[in-house]
Design a protein around this ligand. Sequence first.
Ligand SMILES: Cc1cc2nc3c(=O)[nH]c(=O)nc-3n(C[C@H](O)[C@H](O)[C@H](O)COP(=O)(O)OP(=O)(O)OC[C@H]3O[C@@H](n4cnc5c(N)ncnc54)[C@H](O)[C@@H]3O)c2cc1C
Length: 503
Amino acid sequence: MSIPVPGVCESRRMTSSAGKTFTRRSAASKPPAAVARSLVHAAPKPYWLDQPDAPEPLPALAGQITTDLAVVGGGFTGLWTALLARERDPSSDVILLEAKTVGWAASGRNGGFCSASLTHGIANGLERFPAEMPVLEKLGEQNLREIGETVAKHGIDCDFQHTGELNVATAPWQLDGTAEQVAVARQLGHDVEILDAAEIQAQLGSPRLVGGLKYTTGNALVDPGRLAWGLRQACLDAGVRIYESTPVTSITPASASCASKGLTLTTPYGSVRAGRVVLGTGVFGRSLLRRIGAYVIPVWDYVLMTEPLSGAQLAALGWHGPRGASDMSNQFHYFRMTRDNRMLWGGYDAVYYNGGRASEEYAQSPATFGKLATHFFEMFPQLEGVSFTHSWGGVIDTCSRFCAFFGTAHGGQLAYAAGYTGLGVGATRFGAQVLLDLVQKNRDTERSRLSLVRSKPLPFPPEPLRSGVVQLTRSSIARADANEGRRDAWLRLLDRVGLGFDS
Ligand SMILES: Cc1cc2nc3c(=O)[nH]c(=O)nc-3n(C[C@H](O)[C@H](O)[C@H](O)COP(=O)(O)OP(=O)(O)OC[C@H]3O[C@@H](n4cnc5c(N)ncnc54)[C@H](O)[C@@H]3O)c2cc1C
C-alpha cells in the first residue's frame, strides 16, 4: 500500500530546512534480540487469508467452453469486472479464470485501506490531471460509496467502515506545506484538520508524533481477504462461472480468417472462446500482453500483523481517532487496527528485485521484517513484548504515474488495466467500470473520456537500465528522508520528466 489518502502524497514534494529528523537505526543493522523474539513465531503467510473459514477452492477448467466475456484474474479488478458485467447485462454469459485462488495475490495481502482517491492522492492527481481533478474526486467518492453499498447489498462480512485516516508526522519537516494541502483538499470536498503534537497524541499514543492531519473523509477500512471472498460469492450468486487453478497461457484470435470473431484463451486443460476478454492480471499480465510490461514493474511491499492486543495494551496505545494511519516520510509505514484488536504494520521498504522478479520466494524477507518490527517498537514503545503472528509480502503493480492505466488490444476485443501502485483496493472497482466501457464496444461515458483513461504513463526503460534507475531512485528517496525531505538532483530530474518510483 502506498500513499493511502489524499494528503500524504503532498509531503513527497516538500523540502525543508526546519526541524530535526526522526532518526532510525541503520537499515542494515540486525534487530535487537527482543525484536527478533517478537518475530520468531510469525506464520509466513498473509493474515487475511489464514482463516479457518476460507472458501474451498473451485475446480479448474477442463475442456472447451464459450462465453460472451472472459475475465482473467481473480483479484479485485477481475472480481469487480465480472460482477459489474452481470449487473450491467444479466443476459450476458461471464466467466472468470484465476491462475491460483481468488484473492491470493495483492488483493488478499494488502493493508485494507480502501481509498476514494483514483489518482494516488490529491497532489499526484493535481500534478498529472489538474483539469480533471474535481471530476476524478467526485467519481472516486461515488466509487467508494458504491463499494459500501455493494458490501451491504450482498451481506459481505468484511468489516467495511468509513473511517477516514490519520497522517502522522514523526519529524517537523514532514509538516511543511500542510496548510496548503489542507486548503486544496477542502476545496475538493474533504473534511480534514491539522493537528499539533498534543492533538495528534490525543488521537494516537506515540511519543514520536509531532503533528499530523486527520481526515474524516476519503477512506474506508476493510478486511481485504473477506472482501475478495465475498465478491467471489457475489459473482457466483450472480451466475458468473469461476475457474480457479486455471492459468491462461495464451490469448489468440479465435478465427484465422477474421480477427474480429472473438478470442481463444488457452489453459492447461481447456480453452475458452470468448467474444470479449478483460485482463485484471496486475503485474502478471505482462506474460499475456507484452506491452503491459513496459509500464509496470513488480515492487514488493511487506507487512506484519500483531497478536490481538490486550485491554491494557489497547489502553496504553490510546488510539482514539480513525483506526488507520500512515506516517508522512517518503519511505512511510501504514498501520491500522483489525476487528479483533490486532495491529497491522507495513510499508517502508519498497523492494524491486533486479530483473523484475515476482515469484513467491520473495514473499518472505527477514531483513525487512526485522526493520519493520524495529520501527514498530520505536513508534510504540509501550507495546514492548507484543508478538507478531503473521509476516508476508506482496507484489505491487507499480507504474511511473502511480495510478492505473488502461488499454485495449486485439481490435478492441480485449481490455486491460494495471498500475494501481499500492492504492487499488478502492480504485479497482472504478477500473472495472472503465474496462467494461472499453470492451463493450468502446462505450462513450464520462469515465472513458478522462485523460486518466485515455493516456498512458511514461514507460520504464528496459533492463538492465531499469534496475539501475529504480535502485538509484530508492536510495535517493531514503536520502531525502534522512535529509529533512530535501530531494536530490536525481529526484528533481525525475519530478521534471514525470517519471516516478513508488510502492
Ligand atoms: C503488501 C501490499 C499492501 C497493499 N496495501 C494497500 C492498501 O492498503 N490500500 C490499497 O488501496 N491498495 C493496497 N495495495 C494494492 C492493492 O492490493 C492492489 O492495487 C489491488 O489488490 C490490485 O488488484 P488486482 O486485481 O488488479 O491485482 P491482483 O490482486 O494482483 O490480482 C491479479 C490476479 O490475476 C491472476 N492472474 C495473473 N495472471 C493470470 C493468468 N495468466 N491466468 C489467470 N489468472 C492470472 C493472479 O493469480 C491474481 O490473482 C497493497 C498491495 C500490497 C502487495
